[in-house]
Write a protein that binds this ligand. Structure first.
Ligand SMILES: *Cc1c(COP(=O)(O)O)cnc(C)c1O
Length: 289
């Protein structure tokens, strides 16, 4: 993906929407890359540019064993000719065969370092970063999820692309809040964003606001976090959620990410007809990946 690329907007035809009197458009950021989520590209591109401008030849970043962001960093580093190091949570994984997600990242050239959970909690401290650089050489450090000021600014065009869409509300699923922070800042004045939390992490709204201040010098008041549809936490699912996603794929031919978009979309459907999504309104759901 180059920085000029935009993703299509598609209207979803579904009897639940017809009955609720709501138009739902899908922002297909999942089509930006064949295997890694589009929002991860948007956040990584400006980080790659900063790394190169600072003369770095390696990227070092963090993630869990199934992290989309680690795979995205491996793919982006490979395309940009930068070495990549993935620091993975859980030193017990060191002696196990790589799962499919990490194996994909390894195929794209990523080297791994598996760290214990205590070190993980201090991963951005000067002390831990110095040790990681000692082991892996000088590297441009990108936080988990690619959510730093540069990454958030990379998601500003996502909001701008939706400013003329006619949407009243833009929904996006939230892991670190970086995508929401950037996109909300790009919306038109009469639009607002709802971030559906994919995990049970209380300070998500504070962290999103902090990311906006870091990226733009202020937090915009046009978004909120909805945490009633996180299905027990990150990576957790229920039979109902999996059935919803399977039915959606059968009907619409779109495979929803069960960690993120399936939760947000089922949340939207659950709240059709409530004050949140009024009859006659137009809603955009961002499919990040
Ligand atoms: C990472 C990711 C998100 C969450 O993005 P944040 O910027 O971390 O909030 C949502 N959906 C998909 C598919 C993702 O990979």
């Amino acid at each position: 993906m180059d920085s000029q690329q935009t993703s299509p907007l598609q209207e979803l035809t579904d009897h639940r929407l017809t009955e609720g009197g709501v138009r739902l458009l899908l922002k297909r950021d999942d089509l930006l890359h064949p295997t890694v989520p589009g929002n991860k590209w948007r956040k990584l591109l400006p980080n790659l540019a900063e790394a190169r401008a600072a003369g770095h030849t390696a990227l070092l970043t963090f993630g869990g064993a199934y992290s989309h962001h680690l795979r995205a960093t491996a793919a982006a580093g490979r395309a940009a000719g930068l070495r990549t190091v993935g620091v993975v949570r859980g030193d017990e994984l060191r002696t196990r065969p790589l799962n499919a997600s990490l194996a994909q990242a390894a195929d794209w050239g990523m080297e791994f370092d598996f760290i214990d959970r205590g070190t993980w909690r201090r991963r951005m401290s000067a002390e831990v970063l110095a040790e990681l650089r000692r082991r892996h050489g000088p590297a441009f450090v990108v936080p988990e999820g690619g959510s730093n000021a540069a990454g958030v600014r990379g998601c500003l065009p996502l909001g701008r692309e939706l400013a003329g869409s006619g949407a009243d509300t833009v929904c996006v699923s939230v892991g670190t809040g970086g995508t929401l922070a950037g996109l909300a800042a790009g919306l038109a004045p009469n639009q607002r964003a709802i971030g559906f939390a994919a995990l049970t992490h209380a300070p998500l709204a504070d962290e999103t606001a902090a990311l906006q201040r870091e990226a733009f010098g202020r937090s915009t008041g046009n978004w909120r976090i909805e945490d009633r549809h996180c299905f027990g936490g990150y990576g957790r699912t229920t039979p109902e959620l999996l059935a919803f996603a399977a039915e959606f794929e059968a009907e619409h031919g779109i495979a929803l990410d069960p960690c993120y978009e399936a939760k947000a979309l089922s949340g939207i459907f659950a709240e059709l007809g409530s004050g949140e999504f009024r009859r006659g309104s137009t809603v955009v759901m961002v499919l990040a990946g």
